[in-house]
Design a protein around this ligand. Structure first.
Ligand code: SF4
Ligand SMILES: [Zn+2]
Length: 338
């Protein structure tokens, strides 16, 4: 997991990498080519799991070679990196995670199971904001229809649009955004207006590392998009690679749910990081409380409650002789139900 170089995200997380498409200007593919070293050799390694015939690879552990970790041992072939699943948990405060920047994690070749596992990881750390991107928005749609697409306010589903004829994901009640990268045509037409109206956020970018294509870009197209989004009341974020050269001073806006100042106030953040003391009934950050754990026999310890230390100490004095766990549990359960 890397601190993101994309200024509109805090971290870039790649539990699935790779893509079967062959877009001519694919920057991740070039990076993968440099980072893979010897794909043919790695595919024959016993650590390489998955469906090799279908060119779908799975790794349970980081792929190391001597002292080095090879981030993408199978190049740009779709690869599931399970050992990265709990990376968001390394960050304890709410951050914006870009998911799927090294390939297309919703490509038609990606097994449902892989995607569901990624959603399970996100659910374990619900206080982050997850921003997915794909060029396969029908996959969002299919998952949504199957009731498998998480729809809370901290999930954002982005569609990469190349021109106004592409269709952004737009399902009722689900946060969606358009990533227009690179801006390579006008959206000031009926189809473009429809696409920009259907999303809750628009991100604009020039092509990274492709001066030839950027030369074809016209600043007026980006300006039009900014104006259309503003007229719709949709926040728009113009990336620095476009802003510096073509649109100085262009906005870098976020929807309210993605603003940094709202990061640690969301319901998801509170639910994860706050506990309600069963003695006094007050809510506090769990880092300021004691966790009461119980273990039966050889089972793994299970957390019963978070409790304020002063509350517990006060009660310990009142109870005096109440030295059995049963008495404490009974008392707290009664208070929690009350
Ligand atoms: S869809 Fe994205 S990741 Fe896949 S080849 Fe095209 S640019 Fe690269
Ligand atoms: Zn208390």
């Amino acid at each position: 997991m890397n601190r993101s170089r994309l200024e509109w995200a805090d971290f870039a997380w790649a539990p699935i990498t790779g893509c079967m498409r062959e877009c001519t200007a694919c920057v991740p593919r070039k990076r993968a080519f440099c980072a893979s070293i010897d794909v043919r050799h790695h595919i024959t390694d016993p650590r390489c799991k998955g469906d090799k015939d279908a060119r779908l690879f799975e790794l349970e552990e980081p792929f190391s070679s001597g002292r080095n970790i090879i981030a993408l041992p199978f190049g740009f072939f779709p690869t599931r990196h399970r050992y990265r699943d709990d990376n968001p948990g390394l960050i304890k405060v709410s951050r914006r995670f870009l998911v799927g920047h090294m390939g297309d994690i919703f490509g038609e070749w990606v097994p449902d199971k892989w995607i569901e596992e990624v959603f399970e990881s996100c659910a374990r750390y619900p206080y982050h904001r997850y921003m997915f991107i794909t060029k396969t928005p029908w996959r969002y749609e299919a998952l949504w229809r199957a009731g498998k697409l998480p729809v809370s306010s901290n999930y954002w589903y982005g569609t990469v649009l190349e021109n106004s004829q592409d269709t952004a994901f737009n399902a009722h009640g689900v946060n969606s955004f358009a990533l227009i990268e690179p801006v390579s045509g006008s959206f000031a037409n009926p189809a473009g207006h429809t696409q920009l109206r259907n999303v809750s956020w628009v991100v604009l970018s020039a092509e990274s590392g492709r001066a030839a294509i950027n030369e074809k870009m016209q600043a007026v197209w980006a300006k039009e998009i900014v104006e259309i989004a503003a007229a719709n009341g949709t926040p728009v974020f113009v990336r620095n690679n476009l802003r510096d050269q073509w649109l100085p001073g262009a906005p870098q806006e976020y929807p309210a749910e993605l603003l940094r100042e709202n990061a640690n106030t969301s319901d998801e953040y509170r639910a994860y990081h706050y506990g309600r003391c069963p003695i006094c009934g007050q809510e506090s950050p769990t880092r300021e409380m004691l966790a009461l754990m119980v273990r039966v026999g050889r089972t793994a310890p299970r957390r019963l409650w978070y409790v304020h230390r002063p509350c517990l100490e006060h009660h310990a004095q009142i109870w005096g002789g109440a030295d059995t766990l049963d008495a404490i549990i009974e008392e707290m359960t009664a208070r929690q139900k009350a």
